[in-house]
Design a binder for this molecule. Structure first.
Ligand code: PEP
Ligand code: MG
Length: 585
C-alpha cells in the first residue's frame, strides 16, 4: 500500500485500475507484462520503429528538396541507426527477458548509447549523443502517442495517472472511460483542474512522484475531497472508501432538492448565481443546477479541442448554440484567453520563458488582430439572438481596454456596412485579475460597463505564486489579506461608478468564502455549475447583517491562517448540514 497526499481539486471518490498516460519529456511509464503478451509488445516496438523511420524518410526527402543533399545527410544517420540490429536486438531481448513494456526497453537502450557517445571524448561523437536523444524521443513519442488510442479502446473505465495533463487532454476525456485522475504536477486553479470540476471528474493533483511509483493496472483510490491517493489499498481501505463514496452521493443528492429554490438569504436578499462554462453543452448543467445564466464563458476552449484554428462560423455556431440553450438567460462571453497554460505554448515554435507573464489573453489578441476580429464578428452576429455581454480578460492597462474597444467598434462598423445585423448596445466589461487593474479600478470603471473579478489570476499575480505549481500551492489562497484588500477596492470603485461587480474566480464556488463574498457586497457570483446547489445552501442559511459583520472581522486579520480558521468556524456555525466535511481549503 502506498498513500500519497496531493491537492484535492475535483470532489468525489473513485476506486479503479490505474492507466499510466506517459509523456515523452517527463516520464517513461513502466509496465510488467505477461509472457503471453510478448508478441503484442514486440509488435508495438516494431511498429514504433517503422513509424519513426517513415517520418525520417519523409524529413530527409523534404530537406533534400529544400536545402540540398548535404543537409539531408544527417537523417541518413538517424535512419541507419533505427535499422541497426546492434541497437534493436538488445531492445527486443530486454522485453523478452525482463518482461517489461517496449517504452522501458527503448529508453534504457538509448540511454546506454547516449552514455557511450558522451564518453568518447571527441566533440563529433558528443554531438552524436544529441542526435540519439532526439531519436529516443521520436520512438518513445510513437509508443506513447498510442496510449491515448489505447485509452479509447479500454473495456473497463480507469483512473488516469500522468505526470501532467494539459487542459485540452482533460477536456477530451471520455467520462465513460475515465473514472478520475491523479497527476504529479498541478494546482487547484490550474485550467486542468478547472476542467476536471466542470466535467465532474474526481481528481487529485500535485502528487509529486505518483506516476513513477505505480504501474499500469494497479488498484487505486483517488479521493478528490481530501486530496489523498491510495495505491494498492488493502480490503479494509477499499471498504472504508466505498462507505465514504456512499455518503458523498447522499450529500450530493440532498443538494439536488435545492436546484429549484431561489438563492436568497434569510432576510430576502437575492444573490444571482451564474455558471462558468467552457463549452456550450455545459449550459444544461447550469440550468439543471438552478443557475441564473452564464457569467463566464471561457471561449478559448474552442481552440483547445479543435485540430485547426476555428473559423468565424465555428465561433458563431458555438455562441448561437449557447444563447439558444440559455433561453433568454444572460450570457457573458469572455474573449479569447489564450496563452500561459492554454494552447499557444503547446503549438509555439519557441515557447515563452515566462508564459504567465507573457503573450497571454488580451495581449495575445491585440497582437493577433485577425484571430481577435474573427471572434468579435461572431459574437456580434450572435448578439441579436439574446442578452449577451462581452468581457475582455487580463486587462492590465486602460490603453489595452481602449484598443480592444476600438477594434470592437471597427467590427460593428464592418458588419453594418455588410448589412449583417448585430446589436450596438452590447455591454462591454473587463475581468479584473491583475493587480494593476485592481489598483486602477476607478479609471477602468469609467470605461467599463461591468467588472468581473478573476481571483484565480489575481491571487497568483498579487502573491507571486504560480497557480499551477504544486510546490507553492500552500502559499496560494484567496484568504490572503492582500488579495482581499484589492477585491474590496475594486468593489468600491464599481459602486462609485455604479457598475455591476461580479466574481468568477474559483473561490466563488467554494462554500468557505460565500459569507465573506456576500458580506463584502457581491450580489452576483459566477461558478462551476456543479457547485451552484452547495453555494445556494449556504446563501439560504445566512442573513446579510451576519455576513457583513463577518466581512468586517475578516478585514481586521493580518494573516491568511486567521482568515481561513475564522471562515471555517463561522461556516460550521450557520450550516450544521455537514458542508464542513466537504470543504476545499
Ligand atoms: C480567473 O483568473 O479568476 C478566471 C476566472 O479566469 P481563468 O481561470 O480562466 O484564468
Ligand atoms: Mg484568469
Amino acid at each position: 500500500m502506498l498513500l500519497i497526499r496531493g491537492i484535492a481539486v475535483s470532489p468525489g471518490i473513485v476506486i479503479g485500475r490505474a492507466f499510466l498516460l506517459g509523456e515523452v519529456e517527463q516520464h517513461v511509464p513502466h509496465r510488467s507484462i505477461q509472457p503471453a503478451d510478448l508478441p503484442v509488445e514486440l509488435g508495438r516496438l516494431d511498429a514504433a520503429l517503422s513509424a519513426a523511420i517513415d517520418d525520417l524518410v519523409a524529413l530527409r526527402d523534404r530537406t533534400n528538396t529544400q536545402l540540398g543533399s548535404e543537409a539531408a545527410k544527417i537523417f541518413e544517420f538517424h535512419i541507419g541507426l533505427l535499422k541497426d540490429r546492434t541497437l534493436i536486438t538488445p531492445m527486443r531481448k530486454r522485453i523478452e527477458q525482463q518482461l517489461v513494456n517496449a517504452e522501458v526497453a527503448v529508453a534504457e537502450q538509448f540511454k546506454q548509447l547516449v552514455g557511450q557517445f558522451q564518453a568518447m571524448g571527441n566533440e563529433m561523437f558528443r554531438q552524436k549523443a544529441n542526435d540519439v536523444i532526439d531519436l529516443d524521443r521520436r520512438v518513445l513519442g510513437k509508443l506513447m502517442g498510442e496510449s491515448e488510442g489505447r485509452l479509447s479502446k479500454l473495456a473497463e473505465p480507469v483512473i488516469i495517472v500522468a505526470h501532467e495533463l494539459t487542459p485540452s487532454q482533460t477536456a477530451g476525456m471520455d467520462r465513460k472511460k475515465v473514472l478520475g485522475f491523479a497527476t504529479d504536477l498541478g494546482g487547484r486553479t490550474s485550467h486542468t483542474s478547472i476542467v476536471a470540476r466542470a466535467l465532474d471528474i474526481p481528481a487529485v493533483v500535485g502528487c509529486q512522484k505518483l506516476s513513477h511509483s505505480i504501474e499500469d493496472g494497479d488498484l487505486l483510490i483517488v479521493d478528490g475531497d481530501t486530496g489523498v491517493v491510495v495505491a494498492k489499498p488493502d480490503e479494509n481501505q477499499v471498504s472504508q472508501y466505498r462507505l465514504q463514496q456512499e455518503k458523498y452521493s447522499e450529500f450530493r443528492a440532498s443538494l439536488r432538492e435545492l436546484c429549484k429554490l431561489p438563492a436568497e438569504t434569510t432576510d430576502g436578499t437575492r444573490i444571482r448565481l451564474l455558471g462558468n462554462i467552457e463549452f456550450p453543452h455545459e449550459v444544461e448543467s447550469v440550468l439543471a443546477n438552478g443557475g441564473d445564466g452564464v457569467g463566464l464563458y471561457r471561449t478559448e476552449f474552442l481552440f483547445l479541442t479543435a485540430a485547426h484554428e476555428p473559423s468565424e462560423e465555428d465561433h458563431y455556431r458555438a455562441y448561437a448554440k449557447t444563447i439558444e440553450l440559455l433561453g433568454g438567460k444572460p450570457l457573458t462571453i469572455r474573449t479569447l484567453d489564450l496563452g500561459a497554460d492554454k494552447y499557444t505554448q503547446q503549438r509555439a515554435i519557441e515557447p515563452e520563458r515566462n508564459p504567465f507573464l507573457g503573450l497571454r489573453s488580451i495581449r495575445y489578441c491585440l497582437q493577433n488582430k485577425g484571430i481577435f476580429k474573427t471572434q468579435l464578428r461572431a459574437i456580434m452576429r450572435a448578439s441579436v439572438h439574446g442578452p449577451v455581454k462581452v468581457m475582455f480578460p487580463l486587462v492590465s492597462t486602460v490603453m489595452e481596454l481602449r484598443e480592444a474597444k476600438l477594434i470592437l467598434r471597427d467590427v460593428i462598423e464592418e458588419l453594418d456596412e455588410e448589412g449583417i445585423p448585430c446589436r450596438h448596445d452590447v455591454p462591454i466589461g473587463i475581468m479584473v485579475e491583475v493587480p494593476s487593474a485592481a489598483l486602477m479600478a476607478r479609471t477602468l470603471a469609467a470605461e467599463s460597463a461591468f467588472f468581473s473579478i478573476g481571483t484565480n489570476d489575481l491571487i497568483q499575480y498579487t502573491l507571486a505564486v504560480d497557480r499551477g505549481n504544486e510546490k507553492v500551492a500552500h502559499l496560494y489562497t484567496g484568504a490572503s489579506p492582500a488579495v482581499l484588500q484589492l477585491v474590496k477596492s475594486v468593489l468600491r470603485a464599481g459602486r462609485r461608478a455604479r457598475i455591476d461587480v461580479s466574481i468568477c474566480g474559483e473561490i466563488a464556488g467554494e462554500a468557505l468564502y460565500t459569507m465573506l463574498l456576500i458580506g463584502l457586497g457581491f450580489r452576483s457570483l459566477s461558478l462551476v455549475p456543479s457547485q451552484i446547489p452547495l453555494i445556494k445552501r449556504v446563501i439560504r442559511a445566512v442573513d446579510i447583517a451576519n455576513c457583513e459583520r463577518l466581512a468586517r472581522k475578516v478585514g481586521s486579520f493580518d494573516s491568511e491562517r486567521q482568515v481561513l480558521n475564522y471562515l471555517r468556524d463561522e461556516l460550521r456555525k450557520v450550516d450544521p448540514g455537514n458542508i464542513g466535511g466537504w470543504l476545499a481549503e
